[in-house]
Design a protein around this ligand. Structure first.
Ligand code: SAM
Length: 218
């Protein structure tokens, strides 16, 4: 397993999200490593063999599931404690060679555009991160997201407005070359699944078959 810090000077350092989530994970949090249902769904779909990116992965089972299916996985999180938990579990299951752990703030993480067959994110929302994540999806690739809706703030007032989806988001933020496959609410959260159009490949030139000459009998 390789671990990549964010680029020099752009690491999470004392980023508020890192401190908040590290505190949560360090306080006796026991990860289940059960893959999120959206991860199970997207990984079972028709897709190319390219790599999978899981954003705000936490100590989740989705990266493990993708690796167990033979995918190269990039797992990104601002919490080094969460990545440590995921890394330990991957090592115990012999999957570490397939998983690259990236310790980064998603607002600043910018890998090669169109480089992932699947981009998955559950339990995190920032509209600018969604827009950047859509850029990472390869032609024909899948983008899967789940986050709290704005209505969730009624029952969970501690949720900040910008952590929640506005009506019709995230589908309304998809670039035009994506097709929305599904968007539906599940309790306080909304799930979305979309596919980027495959790049049109030029039709190969097929010469017309030569017709046998038929003599006309008059
Ligand atoms: C609710 S947990 C979701 C974990 C996992 N995706 C799941 O569905 O179980 C939110 C995750 O987002 C990560 N996170 C929060 N802010 C982040 C940021 N700015 N950049 C990267 N990761 C972040 C946290 O460390 C945490 O692991």
């Amino acid at each position: 397993m390789s671990s990549e810090p964010a680029g020099a000077g752009s690491g999470p350092g004392d980023h508020a999200d890192r401190l908040r989530w590290n505190a949560k994970y360090a306080a006796g949090f026991v990860p289940s490593f059960v893959p999120h249902p959206l991860a199970v769904r997207v990984l079972s779909m028709d897709r190319s063999d390219g790599p999978v990116a899981e954003l705000a992965c936490g100590p989740s089972g989705a990266a493990l599931l993708a690796a167990a299916n033979g995918c190269q996985v990039t797992a990104v999180d601002v919490s080094d404690i969460a990545l440590g938990m995921l890394g330990d579990k991957a090592r115990r299951h012999g999957l570490d060679h397939l998983i690259t752990l990236v310790h980064a703030d998603l607002s600043a993480w910018r890998p090669e555009p169109r480089s992932y067959a699947v981009v998955l994110c559950t339990g995190f929302w920032e509209s600018a991160v969604f827009t950047a994540a859509a850029e990472l999806v390869a032609s024909g690739g899948l983008l899967a997201w789940e986050a709290f809706t704005a209505q969730a703030r009624r029952s969970r007032p501690s949720l900040q407005a910008d952590w929640c989806l506005a009506p019709s988001e995230p589908a309304s933020l998809l670039p035009p070359d994506f097709t929305l496959l599904d968007q539906h609410d599940r309790g306080l959260k909304r799930q979305m699944l979309a596919r980027r159009a495959p790049t049109a490949t030029p039709e190969p030139h097929v010469p017309l078959p030569t017709m046998p000459t038929v003599a006309l009998r008059l």
